[in-house]
Design a protein around this ligand. Structure first.
Ligand SMILES: *[C@@H]1O[C@H](CO)[C@@H](O)[C@H](O)[C@H]1NC(C)=O
Length: 340
């Protein structure tokens, strides 16, 4: 039977040892002991404070930055309490997006279209034992090669739980519709993305376009944004297979109500938030977060322009689909939506 990774209720920071009992998945019971004692996360032979210790026992000079991070954590926790069922179970399979840096005690959940290439580059530098020094010297496609970085799903259940307990866990999020439009533009309007056109474009056109040209059916390279939206809200889509990670919700990729992220960074404040993480990891002197990397930058109003062509009916459906990401990360309902 498959073994379960259990991560129940809320790991309250930073006080005392806490023991949480886990329930079971399948026929096998797995007990997970959550000792949330910060002082016990020190490993032998490691004198430096871990990023987690730095965050929760941080010095006063960091107070302002800490407070905004704490505000986001609390908001997330509250939103999880109000909007999700209490108990859920994770298996190692669900942890494929969580990248592990054992050297610096970090766990990063990557979300495509939220500076994830640059974060992967940074983590490659951090875990490379000096083989890489400059993140931007790593080609983008190299950063996405599976196997360059370790993910939490590769470890055994006790190894996973130990890391979840003692590492600094962080994720970067973005306004959900800005992210979605960025994914659409990147995957469907760039001629070089033929793999996406073949894999998804042909299917979208076959399903949603009346009287398609044979060439469009064959290539799938001219999907419109309304067609893409139709595909997303079609119940058949998720019945057939999970969403591609580029448009999958952060809620499903990173499980923010089960994994208790210590830092929720935002794309809208990428530079200071990334710097805060690097500072906590104690590497801010050695490493700068790359900001000049090529990406599908949007100006914060990109989504409004694309949503003009979406009917209120589909706007509402799409908002419902991405609702959790709006709620959990404190993004307000866009003004341009015509859903009321
Ligand atoms: C949530 O968003 C509102 C409105 O943008 C903002 O004023 C508030 O500070 C945010 N709360 C947190 C905890 O970030």
């Amino acid at each position: 039977p498959r073994r379960a990774v259990l991560d129940l209720d809320h790991m309250k920071m930073p006080r005392g040892g806490r023991l949480l009992l886990a329930t079971c998945l399948g026929s096998l019971f797995v007990l997970v002991l959550y000792f949330q004692s910060i002082t016990k996360t020190d490993r032998p032979g490691k004198s430096r404070r871990s990023p987690l210790q730095t965050l929760y026992n941080g010095d006063q000079s960091e107070l302002a930055a800490q407070r905004s991070l704490q505000g986001r954590r609390e908001l997330l926790e509250q939103a999880c309490l109000s909007h999700t069922r209490k108990r859920q179970v994770l298996s190692p399979e669900d942890l494929k997006h969580l990248i592990v840096d054992d050297k610096h005690s970090l766990i990063y959940c990557y979300v495509p279209k939220v500076a994830c290439t640059n974060w992967k580059r940074v983590l490659m530098v951090l875990t490379s034992d000096g083989r890489y020094v400059d993140p931007l010297a790593i080609p983008a496609n190299e950063a996405h090669v599976a196997g360059h970085l370790r993910t939490l799903s590769e470890f055994t259940v006790p190894e996973i739980n130990r890391r979840l307990r003692s590492y600094l866990k962080f994720v970067f999020v973005r306004e959900p519709f800005e992210r979605l439009v960025s994914a659409y533009r990147n995957k469907f309007t760039r001629s070089y993305n033929t793999a996406f056109h073949k894999r998804y474009g042909t299917k979208i056109i076959r399903r949603n376009r009346p009287d398609p040209e044979p060439a469009a059916l064959e290539k799938g390279d001219d999907v419109s944004f309304p067609e893409f939206v139709q595909y997303l809200v079609d119940p058949r889509t998720q019945r057939d297979e999970p969403f591609n990670e580029h448009w999958e919700r952060v809620h499903s990729l990173c499980h923010p109500c089960l994994i208790h992220y210590d830092v929720v960074g935002k794309y809208e404040t990428l530079e200071p938030d990334a710097q805060a993480v690097l500072r906590l990891a104690g590497v801010e002197e050695a490493l700068q977060f790359p900001t000049s990397g090529k990406s599908t930058r949007t100006d914060g109003n990109m989504a409004a322009r694309f949503f003009k062509h979406i009917s209120p009916f589909y706007q509402k459906k799409l908002f419902n689909l991405y609702r959790m990401d709006f709620l959990l990360f404190n993004y307000s309902t866009p003004e341009y939506l015509r859903t009321r």
